[in-house]
Design a protein around this ligand. Structure first.
Ligand SMILES: Cc1ncc(COP(=O)(O)O)c(C=O)c1O
Length: 393
């Protein structure tokens, strides 16, 4: 065996011993309430396809039409030769959707967060970051070489103390998920913008799980709280409720011009494929035309939450349709996922390092397209599996 393989195999073996080894599961169909897995039709309760748009005919049609007109790839980075008209059209639409002066599309949410934080902050600056922020915000903060100050989850008092400590920094940027991806709870945005004002700090929020889910017309948490103008940097993804791929940053024209010049994950990467841009634009139109999708998502979230709680499962304090069924250790979380799979339910166990040690969970996410019968089927499987494993009485 090669020396490198020998070394990394030892690391893989340790992951296996710790029940933290990960394997890819192959899905053989499009994303819907049901998917095909190993030749079986399973109920999908683990996707971020909140509004059921990832395989919607209108998005497919838009993607196919864009491919017909612009081809499959954008050909180059945006600043060299890849700035297809359709990307600018999407950015206009996103700016209108978010109520900002401008928007910029990135290849993914991970790239958007990395590029934005490394552009905006550097040595001498301070980034104040919620301890449960998404990995892409953590990585972007670290890569920026600013001082990273991590405040306790949703703890505005702790944030205030850290802002006072960061008084001497050249620039202070508070960064937070708006809807926390693995917990479904919300950033204390009212307190955050108030603290930002008091301490002359900027605010960046990641609305990956807020867009299409929260706020008027699905514009996100900042819009829900009427705080759009108080937030300097609105980041969001095109890949979750919007059913496509890619991400955006929305804000002032100056911010967007700055990112076009300085965000390395924008400058040094190929533009978004036309099909992805067209599908995202179609999703924004569809959400505007069919706002009842958002209501169905929330109704399904409430129904499933009540059923899981009534069955005796412990749920994290989510305020959204993201339902974290808390288990604790990694192995029992995997056992529950496996038992559910046998009963026709696809839910992936979430383990460290995605969540802190001792907080392994099943992150259950219904979509707008699940029927009551689907949710009842899921609840019956949860109850049978939970009893089988001794997790509930
Ligand atoms: C809060 C949050 N931010 C950023 C991302 C990254 O987005 P993308 O999948 O487009 O890279 C995700 C999820 O993937 C997320 O949950």
């Amino acid at each position: 065996m090669r020396l490198l393989d020998h070394q990394i195999k030892a690391q893989l073996d340790q992951l296996k011993r710790d029940s933290l080894y990960r394997q890819l599961k192959v899905i053989g169909s499009e994303h819907g309430p049901r998917i095909s897995y190993q030749g079986r039709s399973l109920l999908m309760l683990s996707s971020n396809n909140y509004l059921g748009l990832a395989a919607h005919p209108a998005l497919k049609r838009a993607a196919i039409a864009a491919t017909g007109r612009y081809g499959t790839g954008s050909g180059a980075s945006r600043l060299i030769a890849g700035n297809l008209e359709i990307l600018g059209d999407l950015e206009q639409k996103l700016a209108t959707f978010k109520g900002t002066e401008a928007a910029l599309v990135f290849g993914s949410g991970y790239l958007a967060n990395l590029g934005t934080l490394t552009a905006l902050a550097g040595p001498g600056d301070a980034i104040l970051s919620d301890e449960l922020n998404h990995a892409s915000l953590i990585d972007g903060s670290r890569l920026s070489r600013a001082q990273v100050m991590v405040y306790r989850h949703r703890d505005a008092d702790h944030l205030a103390a850290m802002l006072a400590e960061a008084r001497g920094a050249r620039r202070r940027i508070i960064v937070t998920d708006s809807v926390f991806s693995m917990d479904g709870d919300l950033a204390p945005l009212i307190e955050i913008v108030e603290l930002a004002r008091r301490h002359s700090a900027a605010v960046m929020i990641d609305e990956a799980h807020g867009v299409g889910v929260m706020g008027p017309g699905g514009a996100g948490l900042a819009a829900a709280l009427n705080l759009e103008r108080e937030v300097d940097v609105h980041m969001g993804t095109l890949s979750k409720a919007l059913g496509s791929y890619g991400a955006y940053v929305a804000g002032s024209r100056t911010l967007i011009d700055f990112l076009i010049n300085r965000a390395r994950s924008f400058v040094f990467t190929t533009g978004l494929p036309p099909a992805s841009a067209a599908a995202a634009a179609a999703a924004i139109d569809l959400i505007g035309a069919e706002p009842e999708r958002i209501k169905r998502l929330w109704d399904n979230g409430c129904y499933l939450r009540q059923g899981l709680l009534a069955a005796g499962f412990m749920l994290g304090p989510s305020a959204t349709p993201i339902l974290p069924v808390m288990i604790g250790e990694a192995q029992p979380a995997m056992d529950l996922a496996e038992a559910l799979l046998r009963r026709g339910i696809f839910v992936t166990a979430i383990r460290p390092p995605t969540v802190p040690a001792g907080t392994a969970r099943l992150r259950v996410t219904p979509t707008a397209d699940h029927s009551r019968a689907d949710l009842d089927e899921a609840l019956a499987a949860f109850i049978a599996s939970g009893r089988e494993l001794g997790l509930i009485a």
